[in-house]
Design a binder for this molecule. Structure first.
Ligand code: SAM
Length: 785
């Protein structure tokens, strides 16, 4: 992997340090110092603090030493780093590192000392630039001055004075440059307004606005952020907020490479200043993190083993007891003996959070609805100590292979892997103590990992994805056992930061399923979810959901919401199942129109469904216009939607699509459905749903819904023929056999008849042409020549 140490650390979540992220400082934060000093302190206030600390330490040890090299400090920082793993050995547990004694501040100091270590390599002066006692020995210009004074003679006085002048001029130029730079970054009172938008009639101004000069773009972005933050004071006359917003969006697209659509969507999630920090953070790589597999080892042992292999690491933060952040590695982390033995998994820090919110308990029955490649599944199993049962489902068959691989490697033994579309899941099995839905999403939280997201997401994605997420969330809710004695919880998460995929989806679920409520996630950090956004208002409880941003916590962008199911799902709910042991009475007799939840009957959804139905028919080679389906019939249930989307074809279309078996079934409607539950049928059901058989003894509650009859198999000719043959052998009487024979032989009879009618006369004509001519002329009364 070989990651440099300059990769900034994950650390315990701390509020955004604007100084570090954006380099923009408020007037009161600008230290009063000479331009030269300010240059030396460019690392920001925190860095200066650490440098001060070091300066004092050095001053104690080597007071007054001139030209001391950074190497003098290295042992200190090295020691600090070593302490992270060695120093705590007496206490015997890794948590000490971030435990009660070592608070956030101490961590911050450690971090800064490490940071300064990196900086020390770049700038010698950083190390000494703090202790007041040393001030007189620090600057080289002091040395120059004293030299000049010492050697001043009448002969060289002119030359020395020229030298001094040029030095002063150089300093003045430097100071001016510094001032200009800091003025660009700060709001100094009395500073002239930034000239951003220019004169609309001035060609030069307009050309400059369009020019994609990177330095200029960046300056203009920071200037515009300043103006938007202090619009009343800094805006040019006659210019509106929208003018500036439009310009900054264009500049963000040009500078960072976003599509206008996505730039706007992301920009409006934050204040202009924070949006800038967010876009900046997306340009930086997130720290590499591994999760200790506690089924096989402990974090301390793993850390020691990896350190022995030349890996530089440290615990991720006190919020996790299993995460390790990797700074540098001499070996590929995906191929160490520890990795192959399943002692850890490479997993983003934010990916821990949904599982932590889910808080799985031992001996529970848990569903991970979209599980591949299994980072969260294996974490769930580890927290359950391999007890209970985890159903790990993913609709993508190829991805389930990776999931299975991880499950085996990590020594997970309580998991059943399934390959269903999660929308079907409530029909397959239900009654889970907890369900995790880590939904498929646009990935706007992981742009630093996949920059193609900047341009490959469009408006359609932000309609289709939320639609799928809503369906999945309803199905997830319906899979939870509200009566679970230990759980009854559901966690919904995405690695996206857009409101459409998060709060809007949660709000939809709350509206459609009044039998769930939002609860606190139990996560110790993260920003509250939006309770209102651009004119839309959400439930007040939405503040219990959590948003994680790269610029705030140096983790991937993430969203986590936790629900508690408080009542059974109605029999008529979206998935068409009677989950949670709802009796027939609970469901029947209730007019679905009166039920404030269930189904996907929103106008917005309907439009999408109709489009999808048309597309589906087109793919099948049918003309959607020729196929009659009423709007009302299109989709009635969430889980059955894909089938419903196939629409009701006209009789002609039906004939075309249905096979013989289906036609037979049509002629004998409900014959299969109403078949008594003989042993034979039951065994068939078991074969159709092997999951039932694979239940573990830890299972607590059974879904009351009998399994649905197996779906008719379309387009499977061999099956059809086989069944026809076996039917003809076993079931048909003598007459039916004759009929079948006639039916099958009718083609042969017909072709024989045609041959007799035309073939024989034709053969005669060909065999005796002269006789035929005689016959013909005689018949027609002509003369025979
Ligand atoms: C965000 S990833 C899940 C990551 C996983 N939870 C982990 O931690 O490793 C989303 C997953 O949802 C799966 N998926 C997409 N649509 C699905 C559906 N309709 N039913 C089930 N899984 C689906 C995708 O194949 C993908 O693996």
């Amino acid at each position: 992997m070989g990651k440099g140490r300059s990769k900034y650390k994950q650390g315990p979540p701390a509020p955004l340090n604007e100084l570090l992220v954006t380099r923009k400082r408020k007037p009161e934060e600008i230290p009063v110092q000479s331009p030269v000093q300010s240059k030396r302190r460019r690392g920001g206030a925190a860095s200066a603090k650490a440098a001060d600390k070091k300066g004092k330490l050095i001053a104690n040890g080597k007071k007054g030493l001139k030209g001391t090299k950074p190497a003098a400090v290295s042992p200190l920082t090295q020691k600090t780093k070593r302490e992270l793993f060695d120093g705590d050995s007496d206490d015997g547990i890794m948590d000490d590192e971030f435990g009660a004694e070592s608070g956030d501040e101490e961590m911050e100091d450690r971090r800064m000392s490490l940071k300064d270590d990196f900086l020390a390599g770049e700038s010698d002066s950083d190390v000494y630039d703090s202790g007041e006692e040393q001030a007189g020995h620090m600057f080289s210009e002091d040395e120059g001055e004293s030299d000049a004074e010492e050697k001043l003679t009448a002969a060289n006085i002119e030359g020395l004075s020229r030298k001094l002048d040029s030095q002063l001029a150089h300093e003045a130029a430097e100071a001016q440059a510094e001032l200009e730079e800091s003025a660009m970054q700060t709001n100094i009172a009395g500073e002239p307004k930034p000239h951003i938008l220019g004169d609309p009639d001035d060609e030069d101004d307009q050309a400059a606005l369009a020019a994609p000069d990177v330095t200029l773009l960046r300056t203009r972005i920071t200037d515009t952020v300043r103006v938007l933050d202090d619009f009343s004071n800094l805006a040019e006359e006659g210019r509106s907020r929208a003018d500036y917003t439009g310009q900054i969006l264009k500049d963000i697209c040009a500078y960072y490479g976003y599509s206008e659509f996505l730039a706007e969507k992301l920009f409006h999630l934050f204040s202009p200043q924070e949006a800038f920090s967010f876009f900046e953070a997306n340009e930086k790589e997130r720290p590499h993190v591994i999760r200790t597999n506690t089924l096989k080892t402990g974090r301390r042992e793993l850390a020691q083993a990896l350190i022995n292999r030349g890996v530089t690491l440290e615990p991720i933060g006190k919020w996790s007891k299993v995460g390790l952040q990797i700074f540098e590695s001499q070996v590929p982390l995906g191929a160490t003996p520890e990795y192959l033995a399943g002692h850890y998994i490479l997993q983003a820090a934010s990916s821990f959070l949904p599982v932590m919110a889910l808080a799985p308990q031992e001996h529970e029955r848990i569903l991970d609805m979209a599980a591949a490649p299994g980072g969260k599944t294996t974490y769930i199993s580890a927290l359950m100590k391999n007890t209970g049962c985890v159903f790990a489902n993913d609709s993508n068959r190829a991805r389930t292979k990776g999931l299975i691989g991880n499950i085996h490697r990590m020594g997970v033994k309580n998991t059943i892997v399934c390959n269903y579309d999660a929308k079907e899941f409530p029909k397959v099995i239900g009654g889970f103590d907890r369900v995790l839905l880590d939904a498929p999403c646009s990935g706007t939280g992981v742009i630093s990992k996949d920059p193609s997201i900047k341009t490959n997401k469009n408006a359609k994605d932000f309609m289709l994805l939320p639609h799928l997420q809503k369906q999945l969330l309803l199905c997830a809710i319906d899979s939870v056992d509200h009566a679970s004695s230990t759980g009854g919880y559901l966690v919904y998460s995405t690695c996206s930061v857009t409101v459409e995929e998060n709060e809007s989806v949660v709000e939809y679920a709350l509206r459609k399923r009044p039998n769930v409520k939002l609860v606190e996630t139990g996560l110790t950090f993260g920003r509250e979810g939006f309770t209102s956004y651009r004119g839309k208002t959400f439930s007040e409880k939405m503040k219990w959901t959590r948003r994680f941003y790269p610029h705030m916590y140096n983790v991937d962008g993430f969203f986590v919401a936790k629900f508690k199911k408080i009542g059974p799902t109605r029999a008529t709910a979206a998935n068409g199942t009677k989950a949670d042991g709802a009796t027939e009475d609970e469901g029947s007799g209730v007019d679905n129109n009166d039920v404030p939840f269930g189904g996907f009957d929103d106008e917005a959804d309907r439009e999408l469904m109709e489009k999808a139905a048309k597309k589906h028919l087109k793919r099948k080679g049918l003309n959607p216009k020729a196929v009659a389906y009423s709007k009302g019939e299109v989709v009635t249930t969430a889980a059955e939607e894909p089938k419903a989307l196939k629409a009701e074809p006209t009789m002609k279309g039906k004939e075309k699509t249905l096979g013989k078996r289906e036609k037979q079934e049509e002629r004998a409607p409900n014959k299969r459905k109403e078949a008594p539950k003989t042993d034979k049928n039951l065994s068939l059901q078991k074969r159709q749903a092997p999951l039932r058989v694979t239940q573990t003894e830890n299972r607590k509650s059974q879904p009351t819904e009998p399994l649905p009859p197996p779906a008719p198999r379309l387009r499977r000719k061999p099956d059809r023929l086989r069944s026809l043959r076996s039917k003809s052998k076993r079931n048909l009487g003598k007459n039916s056999l004759v009929r079948l024979w006639v039916q099958k032989s009718s083609g042969f009879f017909f072709s024989s008849f045609v041959f007799l009618l035309y073939g024989i006369p034709y053969a005669i004509v060909c065999a005796y042409p002269t006789r035929f001519l005689y016959l013909w002329s005689w018949l027609s009364g002509g003369t025979i020549v």
